[in-house]
Design a protein around this ligand. Structure first.
Ligand code: TNX
Length: 498
């Protein structure tokens, strides 16, 4: 049997018989006294919804009956990885076992993909002619990389809390676990900082094209962090410095060397702004910003940007700045991550380098032992156009058609860096040309699914094997209302498609 799971699991052994049919009486069983497992049970119940009966499946604690149960459990499995799971579908029951709830969550995502796509329609009613059936199978699965990321630039265009939650929902379905939020740039400052209120009052009020912008209150941000945590997603906050910082320079005159506040900016040039690295107030400002955001961030990392600093030369000044900021980030209990330009500074062992340049630039200095997240722009950037006909997107790094986003490997593009130093892969989506969630989804899908598979799946990968599995996602993505690019390179399983 050919499966259509995406990302591809480690092992997939078809069973015999018709598999499991979810019915009006099927219940989901979770262990007693475990809130995380209860929540995952409820997610599954919500996802199945009223597709198999008049109400969503009940979630029960305690001993499951021998038949008609979906059992979510914790226990020993062969794979030692924290996010590993095993899933068995038999006629009597479905069992998902993880050594931790993170694995069970991913087992549930896999089960979702084994059920018919119409389940994803929120209001699909039970209909005897459409059984909610999963084929008999045994799956054992765990990820290749621990950092399976997506980045959303909420600075060039602002995306509100519901938009970001939607993006996280779509990430979770594809087993992505890291959402990097690009929270500030020349065009906007998007997170409330209580000790520097003008950042949002003034710096949050615009975006590319001159729209109204917006920002997250600290409470909004905590809400996003919690929403992510419940779905296995860690949020990495990024505050760009020393460049890409015009929104702050427009909000506070004293952050400029000449003491004059900059005009707000709504164009798409990069690299022109720089905070005054010679003034002490700059470090007070950055310390306050990092402190307030770190306090809202349970994840271990704080991203400081650090890229494309055209206006802070000579380089020793840049290096001294990065090293000082590294100390600030560490003093607030976080590990620093920055775009690969930071590799020219003396980095602490725990600092992570975010490799983005398509030309392989600083590999030698990067190979000093720091961990690396791979986002090479000519493969992983979701804001690049697919081809010359793409109505939105940029193409300075490349045109990235769907096969190009899949047919590459993080190890191959980081020659000289040992596999053990590769934390994982991330797909950044810069939003100079993406003004709405429809735009974001069209750029992200299907390419984000390709990156998700690179991050999750082990072993050899071939576009020819991937393409039909990718095409098979179309009915589910359609049911979820995703505005995906119906690239002619993909054999979409859609009525009327080839
Ligand atoms: C480069 S990649 C940038 C961003 C732009 C992006 C547009 C990187 C670290 N910086 O500021 O938005 O190109 O593709």
């Amino acid at each position: 049997m050919q499966h259509t799971l995406l990302p591809r699991p480690n092992t997939f052994e078809p069973g015999t018989g018709d598999g499991f049919a979810v019915s009006a009486t099927t219940a989901i069983y979770v262990p007693a006294g475990n809130e995380d497992m209860m929540r995952i049970g409820r997610f599954l119940s919500d996802w199945i919804g009223i597709a198999a009966g008049p109400t969503p499946p009940r979630v029960e604690v305690g001993t499951p009956p021998p038949r008609d149960a979906i059992v979510l459990q914790l226990g020993q499995i062969a794979d030692p990885a924290a996010e590993a799971y095993e899933l068995t579908v038999a006629a009597e029951r479905i069992t998902i076992t993880g050594r931790a709830s993170a694995g069970v969550f991913y087992g549930v995502q896999t089960l979702r993909q084994l059920l018919p796509p119409f389940v994803e329609h929120e209001a699909t009613r039970a209909d005897a002619s459409r059984p909610v059936r999963a084929a008999a199978v045994r799956i054992a699965d765990s990820p290749r990389f621990t950092w399976r990321g997506a980045m959303l630039d909420v600075a060039r265009h602002f995306f509100d809390v519901d938009d970001v939650k939607r993006y996280m929902d779509l990430m979770a379905l594809h087993k992505l676990n890291t959402l990097h939020l690009h929270l500030s740039d020349d065009q906007g400052w998007r997170i409330e900082i209580k000790s520097w209120p003008n950042l949002t009052a003034e710096g949050g009020r615009t975006e590319v094209g001159g729209g109204a912008g917006g920002f997250y209150t600290q409470q909004d941000y905590s809400d996003l962090v919690a929403y992510g945590r419940d779905r296995g997603i860690t949020i990495i906050p990024e505050i760009e410095m020393p460049s890409h910082i015009n929104a702050a320079l427009a909000s506070y005159a004293e952050l400029n060397c000449d003491g004059v506040a900059r005009q707000r900016y709504s164009g798409i040039e990069v690299g022109f702004s720089v905070v005054c690295v010679d003034k002490e107030v700059t470090y007070k400002f950055l310390d306050d910003v990092v402190r307030e955001i770190a306090a809202l961030t349970p994840g271990p990392y704080f991203h400081i940007g650090g890229d494309e600093v055209r206006s802070l030369l000579p380089e020793p000044k840049y290096i001294a700045f990065i090293e000082r900021v590294q100390t600030i980030v560490q003093s607030h209990g976080k590990e620093m991550i920055g775009w690969d330009e930071i590799a020219s500074a003396q980095l602490q062992k725990t600092t992570v380098i975010h490799y983005w340049r398509p030309d392989g630039a600083p590999l030698q200095s990067m190979a000093k032992g720091n961990r690396v997240v791979v986002s090479v722009a000519n493969r992983a950037y979701l804001d690049m156009q697919y081809d010359t006909s793409s109505p939105i997107g940029l193409h300075w790094a490349a045109y990235i058609d769907v096969p190009d986003s899949y047919d590459w490997d993080p190890l191959a593009v980081t020659k000289g860096i040992p596999e053990s130093a590769i934390l994982g892969v991330e797909a950044p989506l810069w939003t100079e040309t993406a003004a709405s969630m429809r735009d974001v989804e069209w750029l992200a899908f299907p390419r984000l699914a390709a990156i998700a598979e690179i991050g999750w799946s082990k072993g050899e990968r071939q576009w020819a094997e991937f393409a039909p599995r990718l095409g098979a996602q179309a009915p589910r993505w359609t049911a979820l209302g995703i505005n995906f690019n119906r690239s002619p390179k993909v054999p979409w399983a859609l009525p009327g498609s080839r």
